[in-house]
Structure formats: structure tokens, C-alpha cells
Design a protein around this ligand. Structure first.
Ligand code: ZN
Length: 392
């Protein structure tokens, strides 16, 4: 195996519309990557495409699973993955896996877990529900037992049938922000703590399970409602940070703590039947996502820290934080972007790669084939060449 691994994040629809073999030949020959990481479950997307292909210039999809699920993996859940409409009855992921094997490229799955509207639309009972009772159009609740089993089943299905070297989990968590793929209409600011309270899930699953485990959910909901009603009545934001709010509201602190255990146990559940390496993206504010990355690091094989600002210092900070979680830099990977913003030339991408290599990183993902003009494969080639030369 090469001393430095570089995976390019890809969308399956770009590989299919441009031709799987042609794209992989080009990526291996011109960009010098060692593998690809293909989105296997994805949210709604509206993408402007610069490459020549058999598909539309603007690719619009409501999202969903990018493979045909095999029933046996979902025997313990009332949910089934909602297959992305553009796939119809086809399953090109199998051909991608075969084409990667033939070329000695490693294949990874990039699995967006709880963020996505296709599943919530089909299964609204599995959606995150705010304290006012509104179901999120874009997030599944990670404490819901059907959601958890469906995610476990998808990872088992993918790991068993496509020969992935690793499966990357992104957003296997509670909502990491209020973003929902449509025009949010808000004429005032709720402030950092106010937004966090709005993002909290109080669905039936959360209420029942937390109550069973001795957490006073009703009190947490009452406190959250009181603060939010105060913001609505006054129009003044709740200007404190969420962690300051937790210092003075024990019911909310207990609920936040319970939420973290839900996310940790979800990753443990997924791990039980994942036949390949499992990597967790270290993204999103931990208090929002309820992600205790040190706990998650104990369950998965590596944390992947994305850094989508072109600042080597920021990358260094992200790597240090992830290394503190894993206890070992060999279990930390980074995600860089060749898109603009943040990246505006080859030198910037190489500088980010240099920073990663200098900190002991030996695996980087780069974002994202279908979003990049083909001229940028040269930027990626320079970054890969630097890494493979300098990494020891
Ligand atoms: Zn919930």
C-alpha cells in the first residue's frame, strides 16, 4: 500500500453519466489518487456540472440511497432505504466496485446518515421533532429505533455486498444546525442558545427513551419552551452560548448528556455488523450533534476531520483535536477541498496537504470530483505527489 492515501469524494451520478471506466482511468492517471469515496446515501442536491457527460448540466435530485438495498439486512426495522429516483432499477455501485478492484483503487462509502429529506418524507414518524412539535423536513432522529436499525442495516448491506475498504459516516448524529434545504423565513435572531434550543429533538422516541432512563424530559422541554417563548415575545436573542445555558439549567444538561449517549450507542450498534473499517466524520458542533468524539473514537477505526477553509493553522487545530480524541494520529484522517471557495489554486491545496503531512497524517480525502472543473485534477495531482513524496 502507498505510504499516503488520497481519496477523492465522488457522486455516483457523475461516475455514471460520464462513464465509470473513463472517469476512474482519468482520476488514476491524471490526478494520482489512490481511491475514491462514493456517496452511498445523500441529501437533496442541485449541482452545476462542468464536465461533459450524458447527463444534465444541472443535476437535481431529492436524494436517498445510491444503491438497491437487499432485504435481509432490514429485517428488524419498519423502514427501508428510500432509493434515489435517478437510479430507477439500476445498481451502478456494483460496477464501480468492480472497476475499482480492477485498477487497484480503494473504494470507500461516504454515508450521510441522519440528514436527508427523502427518508423523513417517507417516514415522518422517524423525523426530529422540535419542542413545538414540528417535524424537521431534513433530519431523522438518531434515537428512533427504526432509524437506528435502518442505518445499521445499510452499513451492513454496503459492507457485505460491495467490497468497501471503509465506510465513512457523516451526520450520524442529532441535527448539527437548523439548515433544512428550503427558504427558512425568520425575521429575527434567536441567538446561539436560542437556535440550539430550537434544534433539540423532543420526538416521541426521545421522550420515551429518556424518561425510561430517568431523565426528566418534561422539565427539559418546559425550560426550553420558557426560553424560546421569551425570545418570541421580546424579539431579543438569547445571546448566551449553549454551554453557558447548560451550566445554569440542570434539566437541559441532563438531557444533553442523554443525547450524547444515544449517538455513541448508535455508532456502537452500526459497528456490530460493519464488516470493514468504520470512519466517523468529526464534523458539526458537538453540543448540537450530541457527538462525544472521544467516545466515538473508541468505537470506530478513525476520525476524519474536514477542514474546508484554506488555512494550515486551522487544519493543525482540527488534527490536534481529533488526535486528542483518538489518542493516536494514525487514527486521524483529514478532508480537504479543491472547490472555490475555499481553494483558489494548486499552491493552496499543496500547502494544506503539506500541513497535513507535517502533522503525521497519512490519509486525506479531497472534495469533490463532480463539483470541480477538470483543470483542477492537476491541482490534485500536485497535492498527491507532494504527499507521496514527503510522507514517510
Ligand atoms: Zn428524537
Amino acid at each position: 500500500m502507498a505510504t499516503f492515501q488520497t481519496h477523492l469524494w465522488c457522486y455516483l451520478w457523475d461516475l455514471v453519466d460520464e462513464g465509470i471506466d473513463g472517469v476512474l482511468d482519468r482520476l488514476q492517471g491524471e490526478a494520482g489518487i489512490t481511491g475514491i469515496s462514493v456517496a452511498t446515501n445523500y441529501h437533496r442536491v442541485d449541482q452545476l456540472r462542468s464536465h461533459a457527460s450524458n447527463g444534465p448540466r444541472r443535476f437535481i435530485s431529492a436524494g436517498g440511497s445510491q444503491f438497491q438495498p437487499q432485504g435481509a439486512c432490514y429485517a428488524s426495522t419498519r423502514m427501508r432505504p428510500v432509493v434515489a429516483q435517478w437510479l430507477r432499477k439500476t445498481n451502478p455501485l456494483a460496477a464501480v466496485a468492480e472497476a475499482c478492484t480492477k485498477r487497484g483503487l480503494t473504494l470507500r462509502a461516504w454515508h450521510v446518515c441522519c440528514h436527508g429529506s427523502a427518508m423523513v418524507e417517507r417516514y415522518p414518524a422517524g423525523g426530529v421533532k422540535d419542542v413545538f412539535g414540528a417535524v424537521s423536513p431534513a433530519w431523522l432522529c438518531p434515537s428512533n429505533l427504526d432509524v437506528r436499525e435502518c442505518l445499521r442495516g445499510m452499513v451492513e448491506d454496503l459492507g457485505t455486498h460491495y467490497g468497501f475498504e471503509a465506510i465513512e459516516l457523516e451526520r450520524a448524529s442529532f441535527p448539527t444546525d437548523l439548515h433544512a434545504h428550503h427558504h427558512e423565513k425568520e425575521g429575527f435572531a434567536c441567538g446561539p442558545a436560542g437556535d440550539w434550543l430550537r434544534g433539540l429533538c423532543f420526538c416521541e422516541s426521545c421522550r420515551q427513551l429518556a424518561t425510561r432512563e430517568g431523565v426528566d424530559v418534561a422539565e427539559a422541554a418546559k425550560v426550553a419552551t420558557r426560553y424560546l417563548e421569551g425570545v418570541l415575545a421580546s424579539g431579543e436573542p438569547l445571546a448566551t452560548e449553549p454551554d453557558e445555558l447548560l451550566d445554569r439549567e440542570p434539566a437541559l444538561a441532563a438531557y444533553a448528556n442523554w443525547r450524547r449517549k444515544q449517538v455513541t450507542s448508535l455508532i456502537k450498534l452500526i459497528r456490530t455488523t460493519c464488516p470493514c473499517r468504520l470512519i466517523v466524520h468529526r464534523s458539526g458542533p458537538p453540543l448540537w450533534g450530541a457527538t462525544d468524539f472521544a467516545e466515538l473514537a473508541a468505537t470506530c477505526d478513525a476520525l476524519l476531520a474536514p477542514c474546508y477553509v484554506n488555512d494550515p493553522q486551522r487544519l493543525a487545530t482540527a488534527v490536534r483535536a481529533a488526535t486528542a480524541d483518538t489518542g493516536d494520529v494514525t487514527r486521524v484522517e483529514v478532508g480537504l477541498s479543491a472547490c472555490t471557495p475555499p481553494c483558489s489554486d494548486a499552491a493552496e491545496l499543496v500547502a494544506m496537504m503539506r500541513s497535513a503531512v507535517e502533522q503525521g497524517i497519512r490519509s486525506a480525502n479531497i472534495y469533490n470530483y463532480g463539483l470541480l472543473p477538470l483543470t483542477r485534477l492537476e491541482w490534485i495531482r500536485q497535492a498527491c505527489r507532494y504527499a507521496s513524496r514527503e510522507a514517510r
